[in-house]
Design a binder for this molecule. Structure first.
Ligand SMILES: Nc1nc2c(ncn2[C@@H]2O[C@H](COP(=O)(O)OP(=O)(O)OP(=O)(O)O)[C@@H](O)[C@H]2O)c(=O)[nH]1
Length: 437
């Protein structure tokens, strides 16, 4: 066999080298594809994890939104604290939660609602103590928008340690004043606290703080309104009472201004008003109106003999006796006209009835048997002038008074202790015996 020429051998070596190079390149490519594939898988896995975490975060955010909405509808502070703990645990994946309120002026904290070691909602309103001077508490209560977390911390229920786990504190604020905090832990399920959960807790604390402030202001306003209402009611009551007292005083005053101070019967002022009203009524109704004018006989002598005080007593007794006679006639107005003179207005009655009333009056005064040493009758008597009119629009009211006055004058002149009538002309009514009885 003749050896291959050199150039042929060289060609073979070249081909071999090319083969080796392409194989190498293929292997390198394969390696690269493999590496690429692995990187893609890991990125994909990472993306999946992140996706899951974001989905969880979004779902927590949605839950937080629902919780906040429910809290905003709480009807009072107690319900707000209760709902916050209940819903916070239920929807924000927290094992245990508790809400504490602070009063920095008094350096006091007090409980509201919390969670027992079995995960039940419990009232902690009876719990109160000084704000603990602990670095974790100090950090939490001095920083806004900040969640303080302590891992592997002792977990408590009241003063008893009930386990170990993470413990988180989020302060709540009214402006720059810390009003309390939310405490949370993982006592029951020991789940780790994710960054997203921490963020949610922070938002929850801020939202709850806001709701507490709104509700407190609302309740303060309600209280103020109640106090205001009570004060207004009190004032109104006092005003009503004052008005009633004033009304009573006015009535008393009106009565006094119409009443004769000595005898207690109506005074001249009342008589004047009654006369005007009765006169107008009589004109309108076409009914009669009668007026009696009574005068105590020889009263000057009486005063002179028995004294002014006895004179006053005598007038009082006469007024009372006349009142008894007039009482059955509710429309009759008996009044003290002035001094020792009385008047009596009698509407709508017949002349006979008025005459009978007058005679009863004469008799009633005599029957008082008030001794009068200076009178021919031996006792105090009165004389009566009576005027009866059928008032019409063209008549003057004064004619009634003038008539009664004329009749009285005549009764006096004719010997006193008797009745005279004036109906246009003077008429003497049968003289009652000049004696008592
Ligand atoms: N005690 C007392 N006396 C009074 C009061 N008002 C008037 N008088 C007196 O009554 C007397 C009336 O006297 P006169 O008007 O002269 O009439 P009279 O003595 O009654 O004589 P006749 O009317 O003619 O019978 C006077 O002395 C008055 O001072 C009073 O309120 N109390």
């Amino acid at each position: 066999m003749t050896p291959e020429p050199f150039d042929v051998q060289q060609k073979m070596v070249e081909s071999l080298l090319i083969l080796i190079a392409s194989d190498l390149s293929a292997r390198l490519l394969q390696q690269e594809v493999l590496t690429h594939h692995l990187t893609r898988r890991s990125v994909e896995a990472e993306l999946e994890v992140r996706n899951h975490s974001i989905t969880q975060y979004l779902s927590l955010l949605q839950n937080l939104h629902r919780v906040t909405l429910t809290l905003s509808k709480a009807s009072n502070l107690e319900q707000l604290y209760r709902d916050a703990v209940q819903l916070g645990r239920e929807y924000l994946a927290i094992d245990r939660m508790a809400i504490f309120l602070t009063d920095f002026e008094k350096n006091e904290m007090r409980g509201t609602f919390g969670t027992d070691p079995q995960g039940n909602l419990v009232s902690r309103t009876e719990f109160s103590s000084a704000i603990p001077d602990h670095p974790l508490v100090n950090e939490a209560l001095s920083r806004k928008d900040h969640v303080v977390v302590k891992e592997n911390a002792p977990l408590y229920f009241g003063k008893d340690q009930v386990g170990v786990g993470w413990n988180a504190m989020i302060a709540m604020w009214n402006g720059d004043n810390c009003i309390g905090w939310v405490a949370a832990d993982n006592l029951i399920n020991q789940r780790i606290l994710t960054e997203h959960q921490k963020e949610i807790l922070k938002l929850f604390g801020a939202a709850l703080g806001q709701q507490i402030v709104i509700r407190r202001n609302h309740e303060m306003l309600k209280q103020l309104n109640l106090e205001l209402e009570a004060r207004v009611n009190e004032r109104t009551k006092a005003l009503v009472q004052a008005n009633e007292a004033l009304e009573e005083a006015n009535q008393q005053l009106a009565q006094w201004s119409m009443q004769d101070g000595l005898t207690g019967i109506a005074n001249r002022r009342f008589f004047d008003m009654a006369l005007k009203r009765y006169w107008e009524q009589a004109v309108a109704q076409g009914s009669p109106l009668h007026m009696l004018m009574l005068d105590v006989d020889h009263f000057k002598r009486y005063n002179d003999q028995y004294g002014h005080l006895e004179g006053d007593n005598c007038l009082k007794k006469i007024a009372s006796a006349l009142e008894v006679i007039v009482k059955p006639y509710p429309n009759a107005v008996l009044s003290r006209f002035g001094g020792e003179e009385f008047t009596c207005l009698i509407p709508s009655q017949s002349v006979d009835v008025v005459k009978a009333i007058s005679h009863r009056m004469l008799k009633a005064v005599r029957n008082l048997m008030i001794s009068h040493g200076q009178s021919e009758f031996g006792v105090v008597t009165v004389s009566i002038g009576c005027c009866s009119q059928q008032p019409t629009a063209d008549m003057e009211v004064m004619c009634l008074l003038d008539g009664a006055d004329k009749a009285l004058y005549r009764a006096k002149k004719q010997g006193r202790n008797q009745l005279y009538q004036y109906n246009g002309v003077l008429q003497h009514d049968e003289r009652v015996e000049n004696c008592v009885g």
